[in-house]
Design a protein around this ligand. Structure first.
Ligand code: 3SL
Length: 239
């Protein structure tokens, strides 16, 4: 029996587990469906030129002092003193066309920071699901789908999105998987795929955002394939 030499696609649920799953990984796809990576994909779709993800508010403040436009979210809200938060819909009118935006969020930018030393780091969400899947299939390299989670705990929406990528990569026939986390993500995706919004009704972050009157953001982030952008991290900058 010949050994299966196909590249692997695997799922890591949270940044905290990153080192445990980081076995021969070439490409890390950072996922924060609600809402950081959805906001990043939307920003690029509507003309933003570059984004600089930073993990801490201290770094964000330094950038603001240097005159950068800074998006800063904590507890789902715009941090006082900053002009932008984490709503993807804030980019829809093209106001930031051609601009560079610094972004810090509770979990999403932390995941990007965790993965920063990987060979390739890309931004994934349901919004760029088909385009990014197609790109990943063409790379023929080992892929890790990294969920941002919520403060290092498991998040259903990130896992479902990771499962959607796994499904497409496995269906291409070009990938194998070994971890149970990958099997779990795919099964969750298969149960959720016909109605993400309903499936996630009781999920913790959907409830958190709903309490902040952000249902429209949730619906937006759960609507797949709104863009074909593939933001890639190069020297700490997403382009
Ligand atoms: O955790 C994050 O990075 C954010 O996406 C959280 S929120 O959706 O802005 O509340």
């Amino acid at each position: 029996m010949s050994e299966d030499s196909r590249p692997r696609v695997e799922v890591c649920f949270t940044p905290r587990s990153y080192e445990l799953y980081n076995e021969d990984v070439d490409i890390v796809v950072c996922i924060d469906v609600l809402r950081a990576t959805s906001a990043i994909c939307t920003a690029f779709e509507y003309g933003v030129k570059k984004m600089i993800p930073v993990a801490t508010l201290e770094e964000a403040i330094e950038y603001r002092q240097k005159g950068f436009i800074v998006a800063a979210e904590r507890k789902g809200q715009i941090v006082e003193g900053f002009e932008l938060g984490n709503s993807p819909r804030r980019y829809l009118d093209g106001e930031f066309d051609g601009k560079t935006i610094v972004i810090t969020t509770t979990n999403g930018t932390k995941a990007i920071h965790t993965a920063r030393k990987a060979q390739t780091v890309v931004i994934g969400s349901l919004l760029n699901l088909d385009a990014l899947s197609e790109w990943l299939i063409k790379q023929e390299r080992n892929v890790m789908l990294l969920g941002s989670g919520w403060k290092e705990t498991f998040c259903l929406e990130d896992t479902i999105c990771a499962g959607a990528f796994v499904d497409q990569l496995q269906q291409s026939g070009g990938f194998r998987s070994e971890f149970d986390s990958t099997i779990a993500a795919k099964y969750l995706y298969l149960s959720a795929k016909d109605n993400y919004f309903g499936y996630l009704k009781a999920s913790s972050h959907r409830r958190r955002l709903k309490a902040l009157n952000l249902n429209e953001d949730i619906k937006f982030c759960l609507t797949p394939n709104q863009t074909s952008v593939i933001p890639i991290l190069r020297n700490g900058v997403l382009e």
